[in-house]
Design a protein around this ligand. Structure first.
Ligand code: GDD
Ligand code: MN
Length: 375
């Protein structure tokens, strides 16, 4: 067997025949099986059995009566049951064009990767099939936030939220995966450093049926993210909070010594900016310093960010208070929270971005996203 294609399904009956037909057409000359891991509550299992009986390639059905772990749990079960060590994971609604499997396979056969990701966010890919502008924005923002939380492990991955990828089972410790909800690729990439390459694809509209994505899936995703990576971001928040307190203490102390308040504020700010930077260098991003170029370049970027943030925040507060009639304290707090998140993303993805990488070709893929953050 060259390849096992794992397709999680939840009430996808009308898509099954078309999916099997296109998969088998796209991979003529290859030994390939399709495994449906099905949690449906309708007649989808019967449809799969009927299609299996007349298909050109082996089609297997795992129907779970006790569906643990949702979509992610289904994928893990499929990977366990696969005949081949090379596993492709693909949605059952044809938003992932089966023809792209050939590209995934070709890239995997170059031999220098553990995972090949089908990405919407590199040149040649599109996310046009996302249902609406809100979902597009949510997808973009959550991709950036996720990348900021795992800047090293996801450096070569522009689309950690995709559900379309090829993985070598040998590179996984299947038993240690704890699938929660929708984002199984993230779970795989966040556990340990994988060698990742990407191929572009166009995310298509659904062939038939309805999406199972929901607000509660979104919340589950945020929990997954926090659990996987509570570390770096909370350390970043702690350093920032201590810095703010230190700033006030220094300013108060200087004033007690008779220093004029504006001068005291300037001195306190300079001291905290430098101390904050050193804490980021030696605590929060210590593991990323070596690969991210010169310290003085990082300092210039970080310092510039602080300056721009200070300049931008004031007019935003003014707009919130005078146009949106918000109480000034709430407006200031909101801008501080927003600034915190943007600052974290900027430091993780830009200031401490690795300069070199193991899968050179894939690096270019990330640049558009990082340009976005810089902008
Ligand atoms: N077995 C099983 N169990 N399959 C499920 C379950 C479940 O609980 N929930 C959803 N699925 C299947 C669906 O039947 C479909 O084949 C696939 O998982 C994706 O679900 P959709 O309902 O089509 O969700 P989507 O299009 O919003 O999400 C997809 O696109 C995202 C990218 O925007 C998923 O592939 C995500 O993983 C992907 O990140
Ligand atoms: Mn879908």
């Amino acid at each position: 067997m060259d390849l096992s294609v794992i397709v999680p399904t939840f009430n996808e009956g009308p898509n099954v025949a078309e999916l099997v037909r296109r998969t088998s057409d796209a991979l003529t000359g290859r030994l390939v099986e399709v495994i449906f891991v099905d949690d449906s509550t309708d007649d989808t299992p019967d449809v799969i059995r009927a299609v299996a009986a007349s298909a050109d390639i082996p089609v297997r059905l795992i129907h779970r009566d006790n569906p643990v772990g949702g979509l992610g749990g289904a994928v893990v079960e499929g990977i366990r049951a696969a005949e081949s060590n090379r596993c492709v994971v693909m949605d059952g609604d044809l938003q992932h064009p089966p023809e792209v499997i050939a590209d995934l396979l070709a890239r995997a056969e170059e031999g220098d990767t553990d995972v090949v990701v089908a990405s919407r966010y590199i040149a040649g890919g599109t996310s046009d099939g996302l249902a609406n502008a809100v979902r597009t924005a949510v997808s973009r923002a959550s991709t950036l936030l996720t990348k900021a939380m795992f800047p090293k492990k996801l450096h070569n991955c522009s689309d950690p939220m995709t559900g379309f990828f090829l993985v070598h089972r040998d590179s996984l410790e299947v038993e240690t995966l704890r699938p929660r909800g929708f984002k199984i690729l993230l779970e795989i990439l966040a556990r340990k450093q994988m060698r990742v390459a990407e191929v572009p694809f166009s995310f298509a509209p659904r062939f038939a049926g309805e999406s199972k994505a929901s607000f509660s899936q979104g919340m589950r995703f945020l929990t997954q993210l926090t659990m996987l990576r509570f570390g770096r971001m909370s350390a970043f928040a702690l350093v920032g909070g201590l810095g703010a307190v230190a700033n006030l203490l220094i300013m108060g102390g200087l004033q007690l010594l008779g220093v004029q308040y504006l001068i005291a504020a300037i001195i306190a700010s300079i001291i905290t900016i430098v101390a904050n930077f050193l804490a980021l260098e030696y605590l929060v991003f210590a593991d990323m310093r070596e690969e991210s170029g010169l310290m003085r370049h990082r300092f210039i970027k970080s310092f510039t960010f602080n300056g721009i943030e200070a300049i931008v925040r004031i007019p935003v507060i003014w707009v919130l208070v005078s146009q949106a009639h918000m109480p000034s304290v709430i407006a200031a707090a909101l801008t501080l929270i927003a600034a915190f998140v943007v600052r974290f993303v900027f430091h993780a993805l830009v200031v401490y971005a690795p300069k070199k990488s193991r899968v050179g070709r894939a690096v270019r893929a990330v640049e558009p996203l990082e340009d976005e953050v810089t902008a």
